[in-house]
Design a binder for this molecule. Structure first.
Ligand SMILES: Cc1cc2nc3c(=O)[nH]c(=O)nc-3n(C[C@H](O)[C@H](O)[C@H](O)COP(=O)(O)OP(=O)(O)OC[C@H]3O[C@@H](n4cnc5c(N)ncnc54)[C@H](O)[C@@H]3O)c2cc1C
Length: 390
């Protein structure tokens, strides 16, 4: 079978590349690793919005373009290839907008989707809590109905982009008697409500891209509920498939991969190019094969989205594979660089603009965020292979 793109898709890819190359020529930003989750640039997000590349798959009735998920994957693949600062719109474009389309009422679609597409609505994910990560159904943030408002109390943690978001997709417990996964509701909450506070979390890379978010008697209007009360857990399971199934799980460090490919060709040790060492050559070839397999797995997940269903199993497979690739890439670069690996970009002897150390440290979290590798393997075992689960 030949796997190819349509003429329109090739044109879209060219258009995105031209746009990004023009941005680079104008020095508007530098390619970075993890820029899809750590590159916060409102002006860039607005320029992407002006091209119509946010909400590409959404219905025309709400301002979308009704293009396929494969088309969307082409856009995101190119953003990642260039390490573009797309974090402000990534989450809303990837899963929140789709969730609003599936479960939101018409007023919510009319209000939120155009604002996301204009690059004005930055949504963070309020799922995890200090004692509820893999077992999300055990979350304890409470939302108690009093008149027209829910009174919300609790804490979310690890919210990506938490310092920059203006809305949070909040999952809170609304039925305290029901079995734990049957009492959770989804809300889309403005971050400027009284009683919400945020504290940046500094991770091992030194970035402040995440936040703890606290809710202290926050009055959340009833209109913020997305879908039916107490159905939030089912929403999140579906939304996670969209979260896991994207190219960012493989190409988040593409600027490093690109740098490595050039490094092994351009660097000589003892008069011989690194790439002419058979062990390095074989390792690079293996890496390239794993990368291409990863790309195909991501395209498979997108084709399942185009069939109109969440790619629960496909995205679990592609994320486990992609995460493994990214961790292997970061480890390999650090091994090849030896003592030069940890150098920051400003150090005179730093290789690849100092990207390696960031990726090496950040990659430790890849197999945790959006569902840990162990948990995803459980999904694959149970749902794809039919093995007994706990
Ligand atoms: C960089 C980063 C960004 C994140 N961004 C967000 C965000 O924007 N919003 C948000 O809500 N959350 C976010 N998270 C949180 C993330 O979803 C959780 O870290 C993840 O769900 C794991 O939960 P935990 O950290 O509590 O670990 P735990 O659930 O306590 O897991 C600890 C270990 O136990 C293993 N384990 C747990 N259960 C099982 C099981 N049933 N079978 C086998 N092994 C198991 C796990 O694989 C893991 O190795 C982010 C995390 C990171 C690292």
């Amino acid at each position: 079978m030949e796997f190819g793109f349509t003429v329109e898709q090739e044109a879209l890819r060219r258009e995105v590349r031209d746009f990004l190359e023009d941005e680079l020529r104008r020095g508007l930003w530098q390619p970075q690793c993890d820029a899809w989750i750590q590159g916060f640039d409102p002006a860039f997000t607005k320029r992407v919005a002006a091209r119509g590349w946010i909400g590409l798959t959404w219905p025309r009735a709400y301002g979308g373009h009704e293009r396929s998920y494969i088309d969307r994957l082409i856009v995101t693949e190119e953003m990642l290839r260039y390490g573009a600062p797309a974090a402000l719109h990534w989450f809303a474009d990837r899963q929140i907008g789709g969730g609003i389309l599936r479960y939101g009422n018409d007023a919510q679609k009319q209000e939120f989707l155009p604002r996301i597409m204009r690059g004005e609505l930055y949504v963070g994910l309020g799922m995890s809590e200090p004692e509820a990560g893999s077992d999300l159904a055990s979350l304890t943030t409470r939302a108690e109905l009093q008149g027209d408002c829910f009174i919300v109390n609790g804490q979310k943690t690890w919210t990506s982009g938490g310092s920059f978001i203006n809305y949070i997709d909040l999952f809170a417990r609304t039925d305290f008697q029901a079995p734990k996964h049957k009492g959770i509701t989804e809300f889309l909450v403005p971050m400027n409500l009284p009683g919400i506070s945020r504290i940046p979390m500094i991770d091992i890379t030194g970035t402040e891209a995440w936040n703890d978010i606290f809710f202290d008697n926050v009055r959340v209007p009833r209109e913020c509920v997305i879908g039916e009360l107490n159905k939030g857990f089912y929403h999140v399971v579906e939304e996670l498939a969209y979260e896991r199934g994207g190219m960012e799980r493989l190409m988040g460090n593409y600027p490093l991969y690109d740098g490595l490919r050039r490094f092994v060709v351009e660097t000589k040790r003892n008069g011989r190019r690194l790439i002419d060492d058979p062990r390095i050559r074989t390792t690079m070839a293996e890496l390239e094969v794993e990368f291409e397999v990863g790309r195909l797995l991501m395209y498979r997940a997108a084709s399942v989205m185009d069939e109109g269903r969440p790619p629960t199993v496909e995205a679990s497979v592609s994320k486990v594979h992609g995460t493994g690739f990214e961790q292997k890439l970061a480890n390999l670069v650090m091994t090849l660089l030896g003592p030069y690996g940890p150098l920051k970009g400003w150090a005179p002897l730093a290789a690849m603009r100092g990207l390696p150390m960031h990726s090496y440290l950040a990659s430790k979290g890849y197999s945790l965020q959006a569902g840990s590798t162990e948990v995803l393997k459980n999904i694959i075992a149970g749902r794809a292979l039919g093995l007994p689960t706990q």
